[in-house]
Design a protein around this ligand. Structure first.
Ligand code: ATP
Ligand code: MG
Length: 426
């Protein structure tokens, strides 16, 4: 993409009412726009980054047999009454609305109810199980506090996968596969070393649920991380305990000592849950087993927040100059910054390099704007693309034996390392 076509402008200051570092930087760099507290638009750069995160999650969900669909955000009150989750006294974060004729509708807070209802048309016998179904879909939640930028939106994208199993053993087998898929996602996003599978309260059907918590001061949760496994170098999934369930019982269950736990601030980036038959029984999702007996389907749910992950990456990796993206999620791989000369040589060489790189499938943002070097460099630092190629009269003259196309200066955004490389080697 040519930067002259990118309509977003960077800015020096974030809005005064924006207190979260992630949103401050994302707004300044032109990735998101704040409509109001907890409500953010994704602008072209932001959407590219979000889509990279979505793509990684999608690959990992497909790898464990997930099948993608998309359910509606408008929800019929009746199915939520069947599970007793419509009443504002039971669920206090609903956005509700009405049809012209007065019929109540809700804007989806989550999708257990509609998907369970839908699967009644598709799951009838033991042969129809197991199933794993997921989506990337907008949720609406009237969050009381929305001060964490894109990490806590009132309208936000969620990846939610729901597994339907014959019995507890089949469900547990999938649950374990999903845990590993979650770890894969966090590793690929570059936050694996800071993310802990955290024991949290489990609801009616299991003792614990598992939250995936990433260490950051920007997090709203307090967890107790177990450092024993790392010390042993066992390479297993790193674990922690949420403050809400920290007691003697959980320590005994996990076979760990209080002294091995360290208190940390963290953000929940994912959450996996054994639902049992709470939803299948309430809505009548049953299957016939081999003997023709009707059995309620065993369910589990697997949530993850792509926007919250994006905010978390910003919180962890940004520096005083701006955003710093890992390659896997950066909106572009290369920021080609051209410092134009009077006779048009730089612009000619930069155009050719841009065409060559893009023709090879490399994602390039090409700063072809008529702006000063200072403006271009500070924008480039703020936008945070992993590699910056600077092309100028000076670089073109380097390595400039006759017929040679010259060089560019390559700067690594994360490490600050600079090297001069011949254009022919890029
Ligand atoms: P929290 O305790 O932080 O409110 P939750 O328990 O309500 O999270 P779930 O309902 O399990 O979250 O949602 C699944 C995932 O969706 C979370 O792990 C998180 O990554 C993401 N998520 C939840 N609420 C928000 C939000 N308001 N904004 C952005 N992402 C969110
Ligand atoms: Mg919540």
């Amino acid at each position: 993409m040519k930067q002259s076509q990118l309509f977003t402008k960077t800015r020096h200051e974030a809005p005064k009412d924006e207190v979260a570092k992630n949103a401050q930087l994302l707004i300044r760099a032109g990735y998101v726009n704040k409509e109001m507290a907890g409500v953010y638009d994704f602008l072209p750069l932001g959407l590219r980054t979000l889509n990279k995160i979505v793509g990684i999650i999608r690959e990992e969900m497909n790898a464990i047999g997930g099948v993608e669909l998309s359910l509606t955000a408008l929800q019929d009150k009746k199915i939520w009454e069947a599970t007793d989750r419509w009443d504002d006294k039971k669920v206090d974060i609903w956005f509700k609305t009405k049809l012209q004729n007065g019929t109540d509708l809700g804007l989806a807070i989550t999708h257990e109810e509609p998907l369970t209802q839908l699967m009644k048309d598709h799951i009838r016998s033991f042969r129809d199980l197991p199933r794993a179904v997921y989506q990337f879909q907008t949720k609406f939640r009237n969050e009381v506090r929305a001060k964490s930028g894109i990490m806590r939106g009132r309208e936000f994208l969620m990846k939610d996968l729901y597994a339907f199993s014959r019995d507890v053993a089949e469900r547990d087998a999938f649950y374990e596969k999903a845990q590993q898929a979650y770890v894969n996602v966090f590793n690929r996003l570059g936050i694996g070393d800071k993310t802990y599978m955290t024991f949290a309260s489990g609801g009616l059907f299991s003792k614990y649920s598992h939250e995936f918590q990433t260490l950051t001061e920007a997090g709203e949760d307090t967890i107790y991380v177990y450092e024993g496994a790392e010390k042993n170098g066992q390479g297993q999934i790193k674990i922690a305990v949420n403050k809400e369930v920290l007691n003697d019982e959980v320590l005994t269950d996990l076979g760990i000592k209080r002294a091995d736990l360290v208190e940390k601030k963290a953000v929940e980036v994912g959450n996996i849950f054994k639902l049992g038959t709470r939803f299948s029984e309430a809505l009548g999702l049953v299957y016939q087993d081999e003997k023709g007996k009707s059995i309620p389907v065993e369910m589990s749910s697997y949530g993850m927040g792509p926007g919250r992950l994006m905010g978390t990456i910003v919180e962890l990796m940004a520096d005083e100059k701006g955003l710093v993206w890992p390659e896997a999620v950066a909106p572009f791989a290369v920021h080609l910054v051209a410092l134009f000369d009077k006779n048009g040589k730089v612009s000619e060489a930069a155009d050719v390099l841009y065409e060559k790189l893009t023709a090879r499938g490399i994602e390039v943002l090409y700063d072809d704007r008529d702006a000063t070097a200072g403006e271009k460099f500070s924008d480039s630092d703020l936008i945070g693309i992993p590699l910056r190629y600077v092309i100028s009269e000076k670089t073109l003259a380097k390595n400039g034996s006759e017929g040679d196309a010259g060089s560019v200066e390559v700067k690594n955004r994360a490490t600050g390392k600079v090297e001069i490389r011949p254009i022919s080697s890029l």
